[in-house]
Design a protein around this ligand. Structure first.
Ligand code: CA
Length: 406
């Protein structure tokens, strides 16, 4: 290796995720995370090692680079893997190609044009249906036939480390018919992942299950913030609105679909049988371990839930196929959230709503306090990684502090 990569780093030689970073001396630009460092792709391209227009690296988002398509983006990734491993490569003995992550600032890696959020965890949908509607029939009749989703707000998607301001809105107090306007008292996280599209389609065209992976560039962690009391009052009949649109946070490094290839596994059986356009072949789920922690102000970070991306009932291929089946166009840089990823056991639930079971089972924190929902000053961190045969591919983290309402 031409650079030291700590053991157990999320950013091993097997990963090579893409992001946008800056330092005191370097304007925002494309980079690749390697161990504790970032490889500066603008500086790298100045060595003349690439045979395409490398101005795409000197931008404040990755959209243009991603638009070049997988033959080029995959070649960049595999070339870097080779060069990092080879002491005699064109990039050895060139310390100015690398900067420390600790001395860099990360930026939104993409300009998100459209944001869809799915609802694809059967455990999460069952928990929510049990709490809010009918514990005998928690899933609505469409749930096992349609990868249910809605269009979210792309302009409020923010990067890790940017704080979230507690939202205000209409809330219906218990036993009342008259709503009040106030700051949410039920601020919640949602443990999700999201994929980013890398290949566009035209209006009227559809992506099929067989070619959907061609359109998926990579994945990030997603914390899809929610205000449960506002949501409860507003969501009928048209679904989520202001309870969701105040912020959704993503991790800064986009891990490519190719880096995750060896972590594929089969998804859950889908019964009843899905319609033919949603039938797929092969392994389309991924074994990605996920966790959520809360760090109360002036206290220590505490893991409160562990889940896994593999639990999802509907996979990414089915989600993207369904999104486009009506001829809706897909653009480069669109973001598709998985929906909250809950596992089968209460310690694997992906939201405070479920972990505290609507506030009836408070979570005990190490500093003696309790949480039903989230407090001002709490810092919420999502982490995710895959590991197999000593090879680790991780997402780093998405860290967000909650600030009081304005
Ligand atoms: Ca969500």
């Amino acid at each position: 290796m031409i650079i030291d990569i700590p053991e157990n780093s999320d950013f091993s030689i097997y990963n090579i995720p893409f992001g946008i970073f800056s330092t005191k001396l370097r304007t925002p630009r494309a980079g690749v995370a390697i161990g504790d460092h970032i490889l500066d792709l603008v500086a790298l391209s100045e060595l003349g090692v690439f045979d395409f227009d490398t101005s795409v690296f000197n931008k404040n988002t990755l959209n243009d680079f991603i638009s070049l398509g997988k033959p080029i983006t995959n070649k960049v990734r595999s070339s870097i893997q080779l060069w990092i491993s080879d002491e005699n490569s064109p990039i050895s003995n060139k310390p100015k190609l690398f900067v420390l992550q600790s001395e860099s600032q990360m930026h939104m890696p993409i300009n998100v044009g459209d944001y869809t959020d799915f609802y694809s965890s059967i455990e999460h949908a069952t928990n929510v249906g049990t709490m809010f509607r009918d514990k005998e029939n928690p899933l609505l009749p469409n749930w096992k036939h349609i990868p249910v989703g809605y269009h979210g707000r792309s302009s409020s998607i923010i990067i890790s480390k940017q704080p979230v301001i507690r939202p205000k809105g209409q809330v219906l107090p218990p036993n009342s018919t008259q709503p009040v306007f106030k700051a949410t008292e039920r601020l919640d996280f949602e443990l999700e992942m999201a994929f980013i599209t890398g290949k566009k389609t035209e209006l009227g065209d559809s992506v099929s299950v067989d070619n959907a992976e061609d359109h998926i560039f990579g994945l990030v962690l997603l914390n899809d913030w929610s205000a449960r009391d506002i949501q409860k009052w507003e969501y009928i009949p048209l679904g989520p609105f202001l309870a969701k649109s105040f912020a959704s946070s993503i991790s800064p490094w986009i891990v490519t679909l190719e880096a995750l290839d060896q972590f594929r596994l089969a998804g859950p059986d889908q019964n009843p049988e899905v319609l033919p356009y949603l039938k797929y072949n092969g392994k389309k789920n991924y074994n990605i371990e996920l966790e959520v922690s809360i760090k109360p102000e002036n206290s220590e970070d505490q893991v409160i839930a562990k889940s896994n991306f593999k639990y999802l009932y509907w996979n990414m291929v089915q989600q993207l196929t369904h999104q486009s089946v009506n001829g809706c166009n897909i653009n480069v840089g669109d973001l598709y959230g998985s929906g909250t990823i809950s596992g089968k056991t209460p310690d694997s639930y992906g939201s405070m709503l479920e972990l505290s079971w609507m506030g009836t089972k408070p979570i005990k924190m190490k500093n003696g306090s309790e949480r039903k929902f989230l407090n001002n000053g709490d810092t919420i961190t999502l982490r995710g990684f895959s590991q197999k045969n000593g090879q680790r591919v991780g997402f780093g983290e998405v860290v967000t502090k909650i600030l009081p309402a304005k």
